[in-house]
Design a protein. Structure first.
Length: 194
């Protein structure tokens, strides 16, 4: 399982045996049970997580209601934008929706790796750009797409979530009530039957 992170980085840029070993040696793997939190609203988000196995749901509290804003699954990074400004507390929560194994990253370990392997800074920047691009795309989609369009995009890009996430959380993510999600699913199923 630990090789997943090495494989991930190798796809971005081929690694030497020494670089792969450096990543493996610096990895801190931790297991969380379903329902455990990686981050709670009000905490400082100084840690990043690479999901090896499992699923993490990101949500915010909106007037007493949980609003799902993201899901992180295998080979995805859970990185908070707040982590780059240590004075800002997190506005969101990360909770495991399944038993989840992660690699924990922090600034100190990253800096140690950058000193030993300077090109890791470039690889890290590529990862960050990809993560933030995904987050911006999701935010733009939420602002411009209809719930049905968001549902279709999610179905096309991450079909595994429909087997792993309760319907009410999927509904929250696309911005509708569960009964509206049922209607959207029925409309899509009916149109594909024609």
């Amino acid at each position: 399982m630990q090789n997943k992170l090495v494989d991930y980085f190798s796809r971005i840029s081929p690694l030497s045996a020494e670089e792969a070993e450096g990543i493996s040696e610096s990895m801190q793997v931790k297991s969380y049970k379903k329902g455990e939190f990686l981050l709670k609203e009000g905490q400082f988000a100084s840690t990043t997580y690479f999901i090896l196995e499992g699923c993490v749901r990101e949500y915010v509290n909106n007037e007493g209601e949980e609003k799902t804003t993201n899901f992180f699954t295998e080979e995805q990074w859970a990185i908070s934008l707040n982590s780059f400004n240590p004075q800002h507390k997190s506005k969101h929560n990360w909770v495991c929706t399944e038993d989840t194994d992660v690699v924990i990253g922090d600034e100190e370990k990253s800096q140690d790796l950058f000193k030993k392997f300077p090109r890791f800074e470039t690889i890290s920047r590529i990862v960050m750009e990809a993560v933030f691009s995904e987050q911006m795309e999701a935010a733009t989609s939420y602002a411009t797409d209809s719930p049905e369009q968001r549902y279709k995009k999610l179905l096309d890009s991450r079909p595994d979530l429909f087997q792993r996430i309760p319907q009410y959380q999927l509904a929250s993510y696309i911005g509708v009530k569960p009964e509206s999600l049922s209607r959207i699913r029925k409309r899509i199923a009916d149109s594909s039957d024609k």
